[in-house]
Ligand binder design. Structure first.
Ligand SMILES: C[S@@+](CC[C@H](N)C(=O)[O-])C[C@H]1O[C@@H](n2cnc3c(N)ncnc32)[C@H](O)[C@@H]1O
Length: 263
């Protein structure tokens, strides 16, 4: 790498609990002079505040935060092809914004960072966006990834469970794919990004759910039990919490035979 090349750090910051920041993440944060933040609405406000709190706690020197609005995204596409193309389109526009941030807000030879919610390897567009910008060849930079504690790890820890049972698979799926992915052979399913309350369509199947919202934050809510018995409670809690905060993030594990043990 030439000394004039910009360096971008993609730092997993955990999914809510500031104590889930790893030592590697703290060391990486201390190398950056500017932090790029994309977001919108009330969710953005809460997450930006959390990022600032984390930076203030761990950095003693001066740093800059540069915020930009997250581009509009088409959320109306129902079928898989439409959804995938809407996400690609959104990522392209995100890449336009990030390309400008890197070029205009980070001097050649400098180090900038994206603080990514949870782990950058899990349902996050930052790495794809950076690859897109690199492929354009319009701004020269190199990037590094620092893993973070994901909401899935936080969910398992708070429920004191393993995600898989002995020698069995576990699959991660977005809520919109749940109907297709259930049941997962003899394995378990972790569901993220479920805006449609897809779990409500699986009652009567003998499934257990381990559910968590706002994991790692003071607003955390946990529910565990047979889906038939707890689904309505989860739906009510989701609605109340969403009304209170203006947004919700929840994750859950679906397990066919909860007594299976860990592996
Ligand atoms: C865009 S994905 C980001 C995932 C993130 N990279 C991670 O490693 O957890 C957002 C989804 O992650 C899950 N999620 C993130 N933070 C969460 C939290 N604190 N509590 C519960 N679920 C969370 C939710 O399923 C949410 O819809």
């Amino acid at each position: 790498m030439s000394t004039r090349e910009r360096r971008i750090l993609v730092i997993g910051m955990g999914a809510g609990d500031p104590d889930h920041l790893t030592l590697a993440a703290v060391k990486a944060m201390r190398r950056a002079e500017v932090f790029f933040v994309l977001g919108k609405g009330r969710e953005k406000e809460s997450l930006t505040r959390l990022r600032r709190d984390i930076l203030d706690e761990h950095l003693s020197g001066p740093y800059r935060i540069v915020e930009a609005a997250d581009p509009w995204r088409d959320r109306e596409q129902e079928d898989r092809a439409g959804y995938t193309s809407a996400v690609h389109d959104w990522r392209r526009r995100r890449a336009d914004v990030c390309e400008r941030l890197i070029r205009e807000e980070l001097a050649p030879g400098g180090t900038g960072a994206f603080l990514v919610w949870g782990d950058p390897a899990l349902y996050d567009s930052t790495l794809a966006v950076l690859e897109d910008i690199r492929a354009r060849g319009t701004v020269d930079f190199d990037h590094e990834v620092v893993p973070g504690i994901s909401s899935v790890s936080a969910l398992a820890a708070r429920h004191r469970i393993t995600l898989n049972r002995v020698g069995r698979p576990v699959r991660l799926t977005p809520g919109r794919r749940l109907a297709e992915d259930f049941p997962n052979d003899d394995g378990d399913l972790v569901v993220m990004l479920d805006a449609q309350e897809a779990y409500t369509r699986l009652t009567g199947e003998g499934v257990w759910i381990y559910w968590g919202a706002y994991l790692g934050t003071p607003d955390e809510i946990l529910v565990v039990g047979p889906l038939d018995e707890v689904a309505e409670r989860i739906t009510r809690l989701r609605a109340e919490a969403r009304a209170r905060h203006g947004w919700i993030m929840d994750t859950y594990l679906l397990r066919l035979q909860p007594e299976g043990g860990e592996g």
